[in-house]
Ligand binder design. Structure first.
Ligand code: HEM
Length: 573
């Protein structure tokens, strides 16, 4: 009886799947856009349970046909532009029985999808695939329309005003790093080291919390003895992130897997930390309200959010913009987005500079010539940031993010009505049916030879796949950095919904580079003379080929060890 029930359900499911696929294909085929049929949609569950199996099959059987890798979530990382080249189109579909996904490496279409407006005059909505980010409550990333505008109004200005603190705190964090690196031998902890530095920056700039940088070994020792460590639980949360996507924290704590229990506990601790921060700020605002004096300190992100909720006693706010759960949700998103992406971008830039010491020298000369005989802690955002914004440091960040953006896909949906989208190179626009999901691909776009082959050079000479920061530098005599074809470079996305922390990240990157390279140089660890520079560089490049999306793009294995060595400053005459 049970077997019959099972068989009937399976047949019904298969019948429904085939019907659904047939219906979708009847809409996609007439468009004339290349498509591939893929058996499942990379939803949360399939990513957690099916994709590891698909990856295992690909590896075990050495499968090379593109049909196999299109089933993986982050195929763009390894394929880059090659699949578009192979099929001769900068857009193509993967059609699953439930959804048609349009992959986009065409800049004109990318601009329309990310910055254009749908029929109702609103931006194209984010795909539901990112709804998992609402782990602690709805937030800037998950909401749409008027609600999104409200979140952005509360958070945007205050993030914009925090740049001086970002500069100072980045240098303070770097100073601690240098003290440690100066004495240490080789290290292999760059990702975590920079995550701790950038966490300290967003904690200070966004929440007025001080988190001093300590080396990993000290951090681990502190975490073991400290009952409640913010960094410890944040780290556990990120390391076991997948679990938090499939079940609520109370259920995770009951599951018979250590990783699930750890993730559940970390979620609860994170919520309780953020709650404390919220209550502290509320108390401070209530005191300010009572004394009717000007706010007693700089308004940070948390303060702006609490004030906009009207939850503080004495608030005269008539239309609250955020609820308490949205404040917790936004705190999480700002801590997450505000430190991971920048930290990993800095780490990747450091590996590039270790691979290309000639660029390191250029960057150091730039720092020496701009700072003169000033120490880096005698600088400020107001006096020094602009001087670095069109030179080697800026070019290093741009080029690092061109080759390794923090995110490999930016997701959008078309909405309920058909819409027409332009295509680059004078191609005819395409009208797409409702239900289409867009996966706009920063990597494919930033390697598209139609837009990255330099004037007067061949594609090979333009070294599109290689680290060449000079491609961004102003022309001799000018001071404007190279501006690529609109839409062909989108590591921060574009338009009104582009990254709110772009300038924050640029200032942080610049200050950390200034602090580090004013004093130190980076080189590969030779493992006591057993590894040559070329071997280490090859190892580094090979590891970069295998990067995976773990919240942001990063190494899945071990990057080669690096060493920081004290340098002699150039005497500026
Ligand atoms: C190198 C560093 C960074 C990169 C590459 C980066 C990249 C991005 C991208 C591509 C998006 C758009 C995602 C989408 O539309 O689906 C985005 C959005 C966002 N980023 Fe960043 N980001 C960085 C740093 C930061 C920092 C430092 C903060 C906070 C201080 C931040 C906060 C956010 C937030 C809150 C959003 C959502 C904006 C909205 O939907 O209105 N990011 N970021």
């Amino acid at each position: 009886m049970l077997a019959l029930l099972f068989l009937t359900s399976a047949l019904l499911f298969m019948g429904y799947t085939c019907y659904s696929l047939h219906t979708l294909l009847s809409k996609i085929r007439p468009l004339g856009i290349p498509y591939f049929i893929v058996p499942f949609y990379p939803s949360l569950l399939s990513r957690v349970f099916l994709l590891p199996f698909v990856r295992f099959l690909i590896k075990a059987f050495g499968l090379t046909h593109h049909w196999f890798f299109l089933m993986t979530f982050d195929w763009q990382v390894r394929q880059r532009y090659e699949i578009y080249r192979l099929i001769g189109s900068d857009i193509f579909f993967t059609v699953t029985p439930w959804k048609a996904i349009l992959h986009v490496a065409d800049p004109d279409m990318a601009v329309e999808v990310l910055a254009g407006k749908g029929k109702d005059g609103e931006l194209y909505p984010k795909s539901k695939i990112i709804s998992s980010i609402a782990l602690f409550g709805e937030n800037l990333v998950t909401v749409e329309g008027a609600v999104w505008r409200g979140h952005r109004k509360v958070t945007g200005p205050v993030i914009g005003k925090s740049l001086s603190v970002v500069w100072e705190e980045s240098l303070a964090q770097t100073e601690k790093m240098i003290q440690y690196y100066d004495k240490s031998e080789a290290i292999n902890t760059s990702y975590r080291d920079f995550r701790r530095a950038t966490l300290g920056v967003i904690a200070h700039a966004g929440f007025s919390k001080v988190m001093e940088w300590v080396p990993l070994t000290t951090a681990i020792a502190n975490e073991e003895t400290g009952e409640r460590s913010y960094q410890k639980y944040l780290n556990i949360l990120f390391e076991n992130y997948k679990w938090t996507l499939i079940a609520p924290s109370w259920l995770l704590e009951m599951l018979p897997f250590k990783a699930a229990q750890d993730a559940g506990r970390a979620v609860n601790h994170f919520r309780s930390f953020t709650n404390e921060w919220f209550e502290e700020k509320k108390a401070k605002i209530e005191l300010d309200n009572k004394t009717a004096l000007k706010p007693s300190s700089r308004e940070d992100l948390m303060e702006s959010m609490v004030r906009s909720s009207g939850l503080d006693k004495g608030s005269t706010l008539e239309t609250p913009l955020l609820s308490k759960s949205e404040i917790i949700g936004n705190s999480y998103i700002f801590v997450l987005a505000g430190h991971e992406s920048t930290a990993h971008t800095i780490a990747h830039a450091i590996y590039f500079l270790a691979m290309y010491p000639e660029y390191q020298v250029k960057l150091q000369n730039e720092i020496d010539s701009i700072l003169g005989d000033r120490e880096h802690n005698q600088t400020s955002y107001d006096t020094h940031y602009d001087a670095f914004s069109s030179g080697w440091i800026a070019a290093t960040m741009l080029e690092t993010l061109r080759l390794i953006p923090a995110t490999s896909v930016i997701f959008r949906e078309i909405g309920p009505t058909p819409r027409t989208f332009p295509l680059s190179g004078g191609q005819r626009p395409v009208t797409l049916p409702p239900g289409v999901e867009f996966w706009v691909q920063p990597i494919g776009l930033a390697r598209n030879p139609k837009y990255w082959t330099q004037p007067g050079k061949t594609e090979a000479e333009s070294a599109i796949s290689e680290f060449r920061p000079e491609r961004w530098l102003p022309k001799p005599g000018g001071n404007t950095m190279f501006k690529p074809y609109n839409g062909s470079y989108i590591p921060f996305s574009i338009g009104a919904r582009g990254c709110i922390g772009k300038k924050f990240a640029q200032v942080e990157f610049t200050a950390i580079m200034v602090g580090l390279f004013r004093e130190m140089s980076v080189e590969f660890d030779s493992c006591g003379g057993r590894k040559t520079f070329d071997e280490a560089r090859q190892e580094c490049l090979a590891e970069m080929e295998k990067f995976v999306m773990k919240l942001t793009l990063r190494s899945s294995g071990e990057m080669p060890g690096i060493k920081w060595v004290k340098r002699k400053r150039q005497v500026v005459t």
